[in-house]
Design a binder for this molecule. Sequence first.
Ligand code: AHR
Length: 655
Amino acid sequence: MKLRKKLFSSLAVATCLSLNAQNTNNFVVQANKVGAEIQPTMYGLFFEDINFGADGGLYAELVKNRSFEFPQNFMGWNIFGNVKLMDDGPFKNNPHYVRLGNSGHREKHTGVENEGFFGIGIKQGEKYRFTVWARGENQKIGVELIKNNLSENHQALVKGSLNIDSKEWKKYELVLEAPVTEAKSHLRIFLESKGDVDLEHISLFPVETWKGHENGLRKDLVQALYDIHPGVFRFPGGCIVEGTDAETVYNWKKTVGPVEDRPLNENRWHYTFKYRFFPDYFQTCGLGFYEYFLLSEEIGAEPLPILNCGLICQYQNDPESQIKMEDLDPFIQDALDLIEFANGNVNTKWGKLRADMGHPAPFNLKFVGIGNEQWGSMYPERLKPFLAAINKKYPNIKVVGSSGPQSEGKDFDYLWPEMKKLKADLVDEHFYRPESWFLAQGNRYDNYDRKGPKVFAGEYACHGKDKKYNHFNASLLEAAFMTGLERNADIVHMATYAPLFAHVEGWQWRPDLIWFDNLNSVRTCSYYVQQLYSTNKGTNVIPLTMNKKPVSGQPGQNGLFASAVVDKVKSEYIIKVINTSDTAQPVSINIEGAGKKFNLSNGEMITYSTTELNSDNTLENPSLILPKTEKISKEGKSFEADIAPKTFVIYKFKK
Ligand code: AHR
């Protein structure tokens, strides 16, 4: 019986294989039909402070609660000896500080010790800049990075001292070199003299931040962003923009100017997931709007700030408790002032602040988003006056509106026509959807209205049912879906995966594009898919069809998805093919209209594939699943290939 079963199943495989061989999928690429331009903004990044993405993540500050402004002022700190909390400090918006006083006994010590974000990660041989605002006469403090492990004889890994020599508040600095690598060290500051010493804004940064900026960003994380070559950078959220309540609404004006005086905000993700909430999740806004603009510039992306439209998070608040229309003016003014901050000349109020912060040249802002995931009539009602004011004062700025939190359905169907009526320039769509959705949506944009606003696929990721974690198959389906974005580049102008970052010990939401701990980071399979698209986006769409139809995974297309572009600058044709099926797919690709001289002799093939469909790269094994590039050479203008199951292939041929 067993043998018969085995025979039958191998026969079935053989039949299937020979059927496949006969049913070659015939792709035709029309190289001379150069279509829509692919926008430089097409593939980008969306950053939000979720999963400890900013404080504790991208923002390289290593001290948690550096200004003692958390509602429990000593959260993140251990204090010992004679430590007093004071509230008349030098920074108006962050008035708390600590006073270290004499312990009253020669064997007792006074000091404070910070636990960082899940510990303080330090790397052997790297330097760390400790800074503190202090006052005191002829006083001395000790500063140590310690091993948070009491079993060691001596906890201090490295120690320095600072003489505090002024009655007035003054900034002091000390650079410590880490003698070892330690993911979870602590920072300890203690009195070495008789006291009193006042300490405020106690900070520790790696000296080696991205581009060496003080108040800078984690180098490995920005490098990962840079390596995607993003065309657009959306920030700072997401729901962050909306806030949990009126007090926590994100206000860009509170995130600029001296870092010491930027008021603390409670992170909107602080409470969200009851099973995984972090009561110590606050925003120092040390990574604020100036830093976001600078980062966009340095990674070569168009900045796309999202501003509150006058609605607090609609998931968390009833319509009755919303911001009223009569209170909308300050929100509109904030939007206008932001454009001035980014682009205004140095004689304007906000342009001057930008210059004072170190960037006299404008940031050349072109886009602004009003609202995140909004729904119902309250949204267009609010967007309308924003559009009127922005269009009037800054007619060249493109405004992005929202289509709500769903990829289809009642709210979506209501908002899209509203966005058209209001003439939003782009509409932001969000879809965290299961595998079946991604498989079915390859043709999503084929029939969109070409005369309406452009599309910004602003937040998306494949979330497998019961598989809400990063895995290769999800990234493959994202790649498949993205052929439809590319083919419709005439109306799809931007697309950004979400969320971007997650700390392995501090995440609320997954999957995410990049994971990190206190020392290292890992690029997921979804990251590599984004990178493959972004670095092979070409300049113009060219038609690719099978039986005269786009290859979008529709019934009868054997689970295949494909798109083609020409890169006029690099002078090459780029063909992307994704086989989402479980069997190898024979494909013939015929490039028509490329000219007499064209042949396929000078080509390159990038393959992204694995048999471990449920796996992904990890911090322990960051290179588990990487794309592979090889040279290929074919004769003539057409070729045949077997696309392996569950595989993403890119072919590139020089014109
Ligand atoms: O990306 C995570 C969240 O998903 C965003 O904050 C929000 O816009 C969406 O609901």
